[in-house]
Design a protein around this ligand. Sequence first.
Ligand SMILES: Nc1nc2c(ncn2[C@@H]2O[C@H](COP(=O)(O)OP(=O)(O)OP(=O)(O)O)[C@@H](O)[C@H]2O)c(=O)[nH]1
Length: 312
Amino acid sequence: MLFMTASDSGHRSGFACFVGRPNAGKSTLTNALVGQKVAITSSRPQTTRHTVRGIVHRPDAQLVLVDTPGYHKPRTLLGRRLNDAVRGTWAEVDVIGFCVPADEKVGPGDRFIAGELAALRRTPKVAVVTKTDLADPDTVAAQLVAVDRMAKDLGFEWAELVPVSAVEDKQVGLLADLLVPLLPEGPELYPDGELTDEPEQVMVAELIREAALEGVRDELPHSIAVVVEEMEPREDRPADRPLLDIHANLFIERDSQKGIVIGPKGRRLKEIGTQARGHIEALLGTPVYLDIHVKVAKDWQRDPKKLRRLGF
Ligand SMILES: Nc1nc2c(ncn2[C@@H]2O[C@H](COP(=O)(O)OP(=O)(O)OP(=O)(O)O)[C@@H](O)[C@H]2O)c(=O)[nH]1
């Protein structure tokens, strides 16, 4: 009955995810489509850990965006878990957006991922050439041709091929217009106004992790995990001056990494706290007291029990 009503009205709803090599612009594009910061962006690759959904609400459709971690050659148990999670997501969505930056040549990393997509015969695949503001029109055109050819070489065709700039908000609306017809007919999946179904604590943990990753060496990203232990409104506060107490543990793998995260005289940790607090307050719309403890969870990347405890 619900289905008939939905198809009568022509309303569409479904899931999409963006895939592509690290730094391809997937999170930024998700944010631009949704219009609010829900996924985590960073100038460093492979920071999108959790499946974060942003929801595009339109009168004619609801598009639920699932943001997956980067798909890459696994070296550790964590790497394999991430790849499993990514492939699991690909199999579940209604449409896949494959992102390639306009300012970098199509390479083996792109072909590796597109090759995996080729196996998903039934799922429509849309190619998105991202960051067009960083390339001149000829380069963008050449990139569109290269991406088209890559699919043909792999034995499939893109359902759509579209250049966008998420930063300058160019063609982002067009991309949504092209994705919507590829969704099945159906009613709204989430109530209007709900931007993400990711638990707040996970998003808060991601914001702390993002702040912790700023300015640390490239090899550290997978050595940091954050778990929010407690998130409670402070008691005895006047109604017009609420305060949210957040206690979080920041896990590193080895004692030797403590210095990097904490910094001389605790300066680095303080910076992490200040930056994360600003983002959390913007996200939740309330003043926050943030308390971060740095703890060593030895070799947590390779230990299945510890991985589970940290939510992977
Ligand atoms: N100039 C420009 N920069 C962009 C655009 N989109 C993304 N970027 C930048 O490119 C970098 C990577 O963007 P992300 O959105 O984090 O990329 P991602 O594909 O989600 O990266 P991973 O999480 O590592 O897989 C960031 O520094 C963004 O600011 C764009 O349209 N124009």
